[in-house]
Design a protein around this ligand. Sequence first.
Ligand code: HEC
Length: 331
Amino acid sequence: MKSRLKMFSYREFALGMALSMLLFACAGPDESGLPDSFIRLSVDQSEPRRFLQYYFGGYVAPQAADPFEAGLLHDFSGRFYLDLDVFAQHRPSISEQLRDADGNRRIEWEELEAFIDRSYNQARGAPLSLDAFADSAGFAPDSAWMQVALHGVMTTAQRRIYVREEAVRTALRSAAEGDGRILYPGGTIFFGEHYLDDALVETTVMRKRADGFWDFFVYGEDGALARGTSTPPRALKSPVQCVGCHFGNKVFEPGKSFPAMAPPGPHGPRQVYVPDEFRDAEVVLRFDEHRRRADTVLGLYGTLFVSKLRARQRAGTLDPADAALLEALNL
Ligand code: HEC
């Protein structure tokens, strides 16, 4: 009898616990104790923390840094809050542009994207013209910069992508010495020129931030900083429509089929224009670079660079430093 009573009260206790947990889960944590400066961010993304870290990290002055560590964002069991006071300390003029338009003490994802679309370029201090950017990067289409020409999925324009060879070497060295991931040094810049009928119509840029994420910028036909691309098949807003492909794991042509030729897509050819000797299946297999995209970089720069070095090695024209790199990579 005694034990039955005990059991009964235990069951009651367990039921009570379950009920209150259920209530708690429905109502959510009590927000009344939070400072007035906290505003909830509604994030309907598969990796909310990563997206918030990326976007708000770009607003932590003076350099990009972790917004959670900076006290800008708070994560209460997967509910995210922005501290408007801390935001105002970091970026007084920019933070004023973030409006809770419908006054519901929440920033919905659409409101957040609209704010980022308006303010990201300014927050990141993007050079106002492509010429200024190229100057500050020491960019000239010469042998210090690796060039890859291709037709891909981002645009029907032909793309010419440039990155410093030295950045690719550093990334490959880090792959050889570390866990095999191709990670570019901070400050690395990719320029992606878009050509229609041999005329330069826009340029996309990725620049690696101090916190490991990349900035995305676009310059228009006139060379001025723009809010997005405008070539077919669809205009893309920077950075909010760049991260979808670059952060995701969907594979795209021509990277997907490489070293084989890719079939044409609905909007025209999809092809990397490289000599056949750079279609080195062993290197492609070794890095599986497009699928792995360790650094949210989608092109095949490590693969093509190493393939070029191996072609030089076969021709007997490889210099000793690059021979050492191939050896470190066991290739
Ligand atoms: C539809 C998917 C998609 C979207 C959206 C997209 N990209 Fe890309 N991007 C790619 C792919 C795939 C590559 C690899 C090279 C190629 O195939 O063109 C690439 C390459 C790049 C590169 C060269 C470095 C690299 O990762 O290989 C830059 C720079 C770039 N994109 C900028 C942007 C910018 C800026 C935006 C937004 C305005 C953007 N991208 C949106 C798919 C996308």
